[in-house]
Design a protein. Sequence first.
Length: 144
Amino acid sequence: MHEPRDTTRTTKRVDVERARASGRIGGAATAVAKVLHEHFLKEEEFALPPLGLLPTLARDQLDEDAKSVLSMTDRLKSELSEMLEEHKVVVAVLKNLIAAAEAEKKPEHARFAEKLILHAQTEEEVLYPAAILVGEYLKLKFKN
C-alpha cells in the first residue's frame, strides 16, 4: 500500500517555495511550513495511506492484509474534527502568504498558496471522506 503521490509532492513544493522566497513572503512561507509540518505528518501517518487501497478495492482484489488500514481509518474518523480545525489554521496562514505575495507583486507565490487552499478543500471534501469510507467498506467486507 502506498500513499497517493500528490501529498509527497506538495510537501516538497512547500520547502522549495520557502527556500525561493525572501522578505515578507519568506516570513509568511516559513509560517506556512511550520503549520503544515505536523499536519502533513498526521496525513502521512494515517489519513492518506488508506487511499492507496482504492485501485485494489475497485478491482475487488482484497486480501486479509487490507485490514491493516482499519486502525488508520478509525483514527482519521475519530480525529477528523481536529484535522479540519488544523485546516482552518493552515488556510489562515496561507491567506497571509497571499497578502504578502500580492504586496510584493509576486503572483507565483500567491498562486501557490491558492493551490494549497484548494488542496485542503479537496482533502476535506474528497480525500478524508474517501479514506474513511475505505475503512467502513473493509469492515463490511470482512464482517464474516
